[in-house]
Design a protein around this ligand. Structure first.
Ligand code: XIL
Length: 300
C-alpha cells in the first residue's frame, strides 16, 4: 500500500493524526494529511475551553472546521476531550464541589449532543492519574469533587451518545512496570467488573528520554485488551524520530487484535507541539517523508 491509512486498513485498523484548524489553509499540510491519514483528532478545538468558553454557551466553530474537513475528506473523527484538568475555561477553573460536578455533566451532554452519532470514539476522561509511584489519582478540581467523578463522566457519556466508543486516555501508561499504568489498569478492571460503561483505553504514547518506549509496551496493550476494551494509540510522537522505535510501536499494536488504530500527534515536525527540533513525527518541516515514515508503512 502507498499510504498509512490504506496500509492500516489492510488489517482493519486506522492510521490517524491530530489536525489543527489554524493550519487548514496550508495546502502542503492538507495535502499530506488528506492523502495519508483516515482518522482525525482535533488538536485543541474540541477541548473544554474551546467548546464552552462561557458556562452554558457552547461554541463549535473551530471543532466543526476540523470535523467538516475530516468528513469531507473521507475520514472518521476521534473526539478529544470532555473531562480534563487542563485547558479548562476560567469559569470552570473557579468552580468546585457540586457545581463543578454539574458543570462537567452539562459539558459532556452539550458537546456529545452536538456531535451525536458522528464520533468514532470520545476521550471522555483525559489524564486523571498521577505521575510517579503512587498509582493513584492526580489531584485536580475534578478529583476533589469525589472519587466517583470518572465513572459519572462515563455514564453521562454513554447516555449522551450510545454510538460512540468511550475511552479513558492518558500518558505514561505505556510501560507495564510503571505504577501509573497499573493504577489505570485497576480502574478499567473495576469498571468492567461493575458495569461502568468503558469501551477503550487510549495510550497517548508521547515517547521521550524520560518516558522511553519499552519492549513491555506489547504486554501493556495485551493486558488492557484482555480486560475487554479496545486499545488505541492516540497521540504518538517519538522524540528524535527513531524509525526502529516507530516500527516497534506499530508491530506491538498489530500483535493485538483489539489494538484498533494508531494516531500520530501532528503531521510534519514543524506542526508538533514539541517543536520542530524534537523531530518527533513522520514528515519533516518541508513535508518530506522521513525514515520513520517508511518504517511505519513497511510495518503496517
Ligand atoms: C496539546 C496540543 O498539542 C497543544 O497545541 C496545546 O497547546 C496543549 O495540548 N496530551 C493531550 C493533548 O491529551 O491534548 C495535548 O495536546 C498533548 C498532551
Amino acid at each position: 500500500e502507498s499510504t498509512l491509512g490504506a496500509a492500516a486498513a489492510q488489517s482493519g485498523r486506522y492510521f490517524g493524526t491530530a489536525i489543527a484548524s489554524g493550519k487548514l489553509g496550508d495546502s502542503q499540510y492538507t495535502s499530506i494529511a488528506g492523502r495519508e491519514f483516515d482518522m482525525v483528532t482535533a488538536e485543541n478545538e474540541m477541548k473544554i475551553d474551546a467548546t464552552e468558553p462561557n458556562r452554558g454557551q457552547f461554541n463549535f466553530s473551530q471543532g466543526d472546521r476540523v470535523y467538516n474537513w475530516a468528513v469531507q475528506n473521507g475520514k472518521r473523527v476521534r473526539g478529544h476531550t470532555l473531562a480534563w484538568h487542563n485547558q479548562q475555561p476560567g469559569w470552570m477553573q473557579a468552580l468546585s464541589g457540586g457545581s463543578l460536578r454539574q458543570a462537567m455533566i452539562d459539558h459532556i451532554n452539550g458537546v456529545m449532543n452536538h456531535y451525536k452519532g458522528k464520533i468514532y470514539a470520545w476521550d471522555v476522561v483525559n489524564e486523571a492519574y498521577a505521575d510517579g509511584n503512587s498509582g493513584g489519582r492526580r489531584d485536580s478540581n475534578l478529583q476533589r469533587t469525589g472519587n466517583d467523578w470518572i465513572e459519572v463522566a462515563f455514564r453521562t457519556a454513554r447516555a449522551a451518545d450510545p454510538a460512540a466508543k468511550l475511552c479513558y486516555n492518558d500518558y505514561n501508561i505505556d510501560n507495564w512496570s510503571w505504577a501509573k499504568t497499573q493504577g489505570v489498569y485497576n480502574m478499567v478492571r473495576d469498571f468492567k467488573a461493575r458495569g461502568v460503561p468503558i469501551d477503550c483505553v487510549g495510550l497517548q504514547s508521547h515517547f521521550n528520554s524520560n518516558s522511553p518506549y519499552n519492549s513491555n509496551y506489547r504486554t501493556t496493550i495485551q493486558s488492557f485488551a484482555a480486560l475487554g476494551v479496545d486499545v488505541q494509540i492516540t497521540e504518538l510522537d517519538i522524540q528524535g524520530g527513531s524509525a526502529t522505535t516507530y516500527a516497534n510501536v506499530v508491530n506491538d499494536c498489530l500483535a493485538v487484535p483489539r489494538c484498533t488504530g494508531i494516531s500520530v500527534w501532528g503531521v510534519r515536525d514543524s506542526d508538533s507541539w514539541l517543536g520542530a527540533n524534537a523531530s518527533a513525527l513522520l514528515f519533516d518541516g518541508n513535508g518530506n517523508k522521513k525514515a520513520a515514515y517508511t518504517a511505519v508503512l513497511n510495518a503496517l
